[in-house]
Design a protein. Sequence first.
Length: 346
Amino acid sequence: MSSDAPGSDQERRALLVRSFGNSIGGQLFPGGFDTELLKSTAVLLSDRQGELVDCLLVDSSSVVAVISALIGALRTGAAVGTVTFTPGHWATGGSSTNMADLRVLARWTQSLARPILLLEPRAGRLVQIPPAQLEMVDRAFVMDRDPEVVGFAEEITSDLNVELVFHSDRVSVATQGLELAAIKVGSTGPSLEVGVSQPDLEMWNAFHPGLAERPVEALSTVLEIVGKFRQVAAPRHPLNCVSRPQWLRAVAVAEGEMMPIELSYDPVSSVNSKWCFARSGTALSVFMVGVDPSVLLESVAVADLLGLRRIEVLTPKIDLHPILFEMAQALEIDFDMRAVEVPWLE
């Protein structure tokens, strides 16, 4: 049986979403409303009086699904002001992780020129999903929390051609945007951990016993091993296929007056960014590899946080996708986008 056949799961879900829309439509739009099925998991409610913003109903707690439904609604010319999740959305993949992701999404959408609120039904009424807290992380942020870690990181890297990247939980040592090692913030007696995971560290210590006590030598060794793969036009290798937005940023920071920016969300989210940020004067520079409309939402939130007036997205030519311009226009996001040369072989 095809998924569109009568009585199919998709059809039943569509009916449930429509039914929920009809049940809350009177609360949202007392003057009457129209419904439009965008897909089996999304319905658009539009105010017949034309005085209130439209509401998007979504039967999913996935950020990707929400943004996809939002794009679908914007293409109809809707002025979406709220996104409401149906009671059954937690049964289709909802969890505490999804809620953390939705709180991050709520932080992004509330920063738009026309803010979009995220709502969920609780005890028969609609309640706003609270936005996540967002902070910028830089050297001063970490210095305030653990000056010993900052001093240790700067001391062991002073004679090496590497970058220090400051996160809320660690100071990373990187080459061309690729993390080589880290010093954990808040640890008793700072020490260098090579790699980006516990298995990395265990394998490194097994093959290089004794280097844990000699951090400068350890960094020099791993830099010699890894660095050759993070060079312009180096042969294709797994080490030059990862952390590519950070690689673009590292090149730009080395060439001009840019300050890398890392972010800290509370609660911690599983949203996986295909981009990273830097500050350049009064502009927010966004380095993106791959196409994901979420970049525009987060960029607005970060620019708002830092009080920056302009957003510039820098990306490989292949990723200059029309959907980004379409979404920006619909959401009144002012940004520039330009292609940059990439240091890796395609």
